[in-house]
Design a protein around this ligand. Structure first.
Ligand code: IPM
Ligand code: MG
Length: 359
């Protein structure tokens, strides 16, 4: 039976980069018998334009039926003045929450071809292979109460709530340990237990989950130190597990270790293995429509989809190899360009990956 892929291009550069990833999916269908059916939906600003909501009901219905979702990015200046609940980002948070996609995997891998594109010295980053496991449906992103209120003296006050239940910590910790078992068997849990009660409980729960994984070495690190260690000695990490907001911040830092934020894919999974796949970068409205965005993070998100939702590890490896091959050929989008290489646009990069796949 063919599997149902929902494609959500979103805003800004989203449609451009997703178009390249769809080329890859089509090639896998045509040449390798991948049995999938693609449906398209609107999310973010595009959802608001089409149906007055960043996560329209029609998209929700499609998402709930999908075996996997490919998402571009959301957000744009033109939506910044909308009421908060109608802004594009809310659509992204809503779909993550609606499908219970609590486990967000953000691998930061530096392919040797890009060692020169990183702003760090090659010897610091060469061979880098980190997996950040970010909790995605809880914490301060979703905690209540939240809002902006006016105090008695007329001053306004903004407030959010950082809250984690034991069960939420337990399932994300388990996710991290399971992944570590397939890697170098080291988990670093990043928290702020020296200040936050939430982190104190987080640490306790992570330690109790660790008892079920005696082969995995668990360490703890405060988030400020983790930010420093990531740029100082990033190769010390194998799997990092952390809260929603810390993961958001640390994964952007980790992305830059790999040369560009345009190179990092992600998978967001629920307990049933349904997943949403998206590049970790945003909609980059400043370069939207120019055909210069890097589609590789989205294409590598397809590879993660093949691996984690479609049970096609061999095809995933083919996509990874095709990406490696275009980098070896010397093709570079603007974000990873350095002198001596060939600068290409979004579509040329996508076509080159497809050509390498057909190889
Ligand atoms: C990410 C993004 C989102 C987040 C935004 C767009 C809501 O930064 O996926 O990292 O903060 O989770
Ligand atoms: Mg982010």
């Amino acid at each position: 039976m063919s599997q149902n892929i929902l494609v959500l291009p979103g805003d800004g550069i989203g449609p451009e980069i997703v178009a390249e990833a769809v080329k890859v999916l089509n090639a896998l269908q045509a040449d390798y018998g991948l049995d999938i059916e693609l449906t398209e939906g609107a999310i973010g600003g595009a959802g608001y334009d089409a149906a007055g909501h960043p996560y329209p009901d029609t998209t929700k219905e499609l998402a709930r039926k999908a075996d996997a979702i490919l998402l571009g990015a959301v957000g744009g200046y033109e939506y910044d003045k909308l009421p908060r609940e109608l802004r594009p980002e809310r659509g992204l948070l809503a779909i993550r929450s609606d499908l219970d996609l609590f486990s967000n995997l953000r691998p930061a891998i530096l392919t040797e071809e890009l060692a020169d594109a990183s702003s760090l010295k090659p010897e610091i980053v060469a061979g880098l292979d980190i997996m950040i496991v970010r909790e995605l449906t809880g914490g301060i992103y979703f905690g209540k109460p939240r809002g902006i209120r006016t105090l008695d003296n007329g001053e306004r006050e903004g407030y959010n709530t950082l809250v984690y239940r034991e069960s939420e910590v337990e399932r994300i910790a388990r996710s991290a340990f399971e992944i570590a078992m397939k890697r170098d068997k080291r988990v670093c849990s990043v928290d702020k237990a020296n200040v936050l009660e939430v982190s104190e409980l987080w640490r306790e729960v992570v330690e109790s989950v660790a008892d079920d994984y005696p082969q995995v070495e668990l360490s703890h690190m405060y988030v400020d130190n983790a930010a420093m260690q990531l740029v100082k000695e990033p190769k010390q990490f194998d799997v990092i597990v952390t809260k929603n907001m810390f993961g958001d911040i640390l994964s952007d830092a980790a992305a830059m270790l790999t040369g560009s934020i345009g190179m990092l894919p992600s998978a967001s999974l629920n307990a049933k293995g349904v997943g949403m796949y998206e590049p970790i970068h945003g909609s980059a409205p400043d370069i939207a429509g120019q055909g210069i965005a890097n589609p590789l993070a989205t294409i590598m998100s397809v590879s993660m989809m093949l691996r984690y939702s479609l049970d096609q590890a061999e095809l995933a490896a083919k996509v990874d190899a095709a990406v490696k091959s275009v980098l070896q050929q010397g093709l570079r989008t603007a974000d990873i360009f350095v002198e001596g290489f060939e600068q290409v646009g979004t579509a040329t990069m996508g076509d080159a990956v497809v050509a390498a796949l057909k190889g």
